[in-house]
Design a protein around this ligand. Sequence first.
Ligand SMILES: Nc1ncnc2c1ncn2[C@@H]1O[C@H](COP(=O)(O)OP(=O)(O)OP(=O)(O)O)[C@@H](O)[C@H]1O
Length: 621
Amino acid sequence: MSEWTVLGKAMLRERRDIAIAIAGGFLAGAGGVGLFAASGYMVSRAAFAPPLYTLIVLTSLVKILGLLRAGSRYGERLYTHRATFSILSRLRVDFFKRLVPLAPAIFRRSRSGDLLARVVGDVESLQHFFLRVAYPPLVLAMVFLATILFASAYSLTIAGLLVLGLLAAAVLVPALVMRGQRARQRRVRLQRAALSTDMTELLYGYRDLKVYGQAERRERALHEAAAELATAQRASGLNLLRGQTLHALVTHGTTWAVLAAGAYLIAGGALAGIYLAMLVLIAFTVFEEAAAVATLPAYKQDSEHAAQRLAETVTTDDRIEQHRGAAAAGGRAAAATARGATKDTYHDAAQDPAGAAAPAAAPLRELDAGEAGPPMLELRDVTFRYADAWRPALDGASLRIAAGSKTAIVGPSGAGKTTVLELLLKLYLPQQGEVSLGGAPTGCLHDASIWRASRVVLQRNHFFRGTIRDNLLAADVHTSDEAMRAALEDAQLGAVPLDDPVLEQAENLSDGEKQRLALARAMLRRGRLWLLDEPTSALDAVTEARIVRRLFERARGDTLVWIGHRLAGLERMDQILVLDRGRVAESGSYDELMARRGAFYAMKQIEQDVVGQKISKEGFE
Ligand SMILES: Nc1ncnc2c1ncn2[C@@H]1O[C@H](COP(=O)(O)OP(=O)(O)OP(=O)(O)O)[C@@H](O)[C@H]1O
């Protein structure tokens, strides 16, 4: 079913309001012409000192017509807008209903920003169809027909002039407006889609962009795109204004022509002078109705394009059909993703409602990106609770990670491991206690300098639509292709070409590939602090072991924090921290913890029982 059918059906369901609006529009237009005709006639008649009752009748007629015009104009506005908004809401609901089951396939084809532009912008554009495309010519034709019939009773020449004026206003002016408008409108649409696409990318990837120091560049690009859209809109708006100016020129030109022709006819005795003012005012008034027609083609084109794009979005072709079955599963997955996203959303530490006030207004210091050596990390008695969380994620946690050491943080899900990492990255500030990097509390450090000094892999990483290269360049725009290939090789993605496409949210990559791409990206950074949150959880043991070996080579001498659930291979860590309910339950080397036979030992036993994994000294090797 085409969008026009949907539009037609939606209009048909509003037929009562539309009929009232058309009647109101005709009465308002014809009433306006009548009002000015009566006024002109009354003024001329008054000059001949008619009997009082003639003046009383004419004055009453003017008043009645004035009231009729005002009342019917009000009714017309009320009902046209009521019909428009009802049509709009029907279109939105209908479009959305058709969109929902197709969502997974549509996301594959359209970038979500573009889709947003379609859902909002295009559906909105269709509101103009009734108000500015279908309705005005109908009312204009009715009012003009009545006026020309009326004028022809007095002078066929003047009626002919009105017809010419109408042709100029309703055909010639719109044609001139349309010249070049198509290209202007196209530019506006493309810019609008590009802007909303960039905007959603920035919003989705804001945290990663910040961490990788790319946010400012993206923001600048966004401002440039917004400025280009404004320029395109200005050009399009100016052209429409030019159309309105031309329309005013035609209106006034016709009025002057009627005046001149009237004077000529009067001089020749073909027209009684008393009707001249009436006919001139009629000419002046009737073109009011034609004003909307000047911009009609632009709106018509806009509506056509919007309808076409909407129809194309929800076209049920084979490609989409095959995803229909997966729609329900997609919905559940989307809900799960949304929950994940909440957890991962970047939170400005200074604005965090749960966060403590940022320490004193002293100027923030820079954390060295690594030249001064890897940083030492410390949490002292840290308590942190997320906004609206019912319990603290960290509850008096203290830990110390020596500069250049390798530390694993393990513990049950929800123990607070990721939170430690988020606090180290100054994505939040603790409510109590102190988090410090390189001996300086994070509150005193410039956020961007922490991110510059870190190589981060989060549980969920954002990838941008583009190529593998584009995504690796997010780590450092100056990276060479050789360095990228080497990083891909180390991340066990050596077979993947740099020009391979990456879809929005890296939908075309498996979870394991995403993790490996994120690791390659981290490898390309320069900082000497590695913060890795379950970076290999989706990988098989063999690939994981290979990557970890390469990773440790690259991180030699750097401070590395590894959050993970698997306990195999932790022998090579200098320190293991076992977190439980927001506290460090145990810490020490692998051998120490195994000898202590405490929490870590118990976890190891359970893991062995569950997966039958053998404790191996070789671990990741
Ligand atoms: N953004 C958030 N808003 C509210 N609560 C949160 C948020 N992020 C985490 N939490 C809560 O804080 C606690 C600690 O979460 P955290 O992610 O640090 O645990 P974790 O040990 O990393 O868990 P997992 O191993 O499952 O990743 C959990 O109870 C979690 O539900």
